[in-house]
Design a protein around this ligand. Structure first.
Ligand code: HEM
Length: 267
């Protein structure tokens, strides 16, 4: 069948004007990517609260369950947040699939071009494809866990998952993938939409700086969970319960949970 017959049969010749949809889909992909990257930064700081101690991470986890303002912990809230992130993630992945090489021949051509040109931005793009592909599986598995067992988030529960459930290699690979993917993605967004109008060189340095910062923070966090998990392995399954919280936080906790409240507690 000749190419012209194919074009006529597909109805493309009847189009009166060019479609705006590719541009709209591109905008949607950029928007979902930006939201996910911003979520990841905030998520990283919350998960890293373990570096401030078990009680700090316990408080952050309970806060997301509404413990300090709804009179008790409601893991359903975490389920809701994870479901929202999952939807965003699926939409972003679906839109990104448009850009993936369609078959092995296209992939070989792309690799050959990137090698021949030695063009850094094209190399970064191909790394975004690799890490994005890995995240299809890694982030889905992680989000599924958060959806299925939202009540199992806490200093001991998370540390047990890392160490006794042997998930630390999974988290290590996901950390590398997500930080590279997010960093390259934000850099490409800034270049594409020319916002905030900084030079390519500066943006590139900023990107590596931010990626380096979150990688170091992520590795320290991973190390902290592994250490707690290692020390806690004999008591696997036990949940952390702080004896006391900072006075201002205890005041927000449900009545009776911290009987030695405020001034009655030994200094
Ligand atoms: C609302 C959805 C999410 C929740 C509630 C959540 C929660 C958590 C928690 C509690 C941990 C500590 C380990 C554990 O308990 O298993 C963790 C670690 C991690 N999460 Fe998430 N997460 C969410 C979404 C995501 C997404 C979408 C990604 C990336 C695509 C992601 C990437 C990571 C990484 C890389 C770590 C390891 C951090 C480190 O070792 O420093 N998370 N997450």
């Amino acid at each position: 069948m000749s190419t012209s017959i194919l074009i006529v049969q597909s109805g493309l010749t009847e189009r009166l004007r060019k479609s705006r949809w590719p541009a709209r889909l591109d905008l949607l992909q950029s928007g979902t990517g930006l939201l996910l990257a911003l979520f990841m930064w905030v998520h990283m700081f919350f998960v890293a609260s373990i570096l401030l101690g078990e009680t700090a991470m316990w408080s952050v986890a309970r806060m997301f369950e509404g413990y300090f303002f709804l009179g008790g912990a409601h893991p359903r809230l975490v389920f809701g947040a994870a479901a929202g992130v999952f939807l965003l993630f699926v939409l972003h992945a679906l839109l990104a699939m448009r850009k993936f090489p369609g078959d092995y021949r296209q992939y070989r051509k792309l690799r050959a071009h990137v090698r021949a040109m030695r063009h850094e931005d094209s190399t970064l793009w191909i790394w975004q494809v690799y890490t994005g592909f890995a995240l299809f599986f890694l982030a889905s598995a992680h989000l599924y866990q958060m959806l299925a067992w939202p009540q199992n988030i806490g200093p001991y529960a998370s540390a047990d998952r890392m160490w006794s459930d042997a998930l630390w290699p999974f988290y290590l690979v996901m950390l590398l993938a997500v930080e590279l993917h997010g960093g390259i993605g934000l850099y490409r967004l800034a270049m594409k939409w020319n916002w905030p109008g900084l030079s390519r060189n500066f943006l590139k340095r900023l990107k590596w700086g931010i990626t380096g910062f979150f990688l170091v923070l992520g590795l320290m966090t991973l190390g902290a969970y592994m250490k707690i998990g290692f020390e806690h392995q004999a008591r696997y399954g036990e949940r952390y319960q702080p004896e006391a919280l900072p006075a201002w936080l205890e005041r927000l906790a449900p009545e009776g949970d911290f009987p030695l409240r405020g001034k009655e507690r030994a200094p």
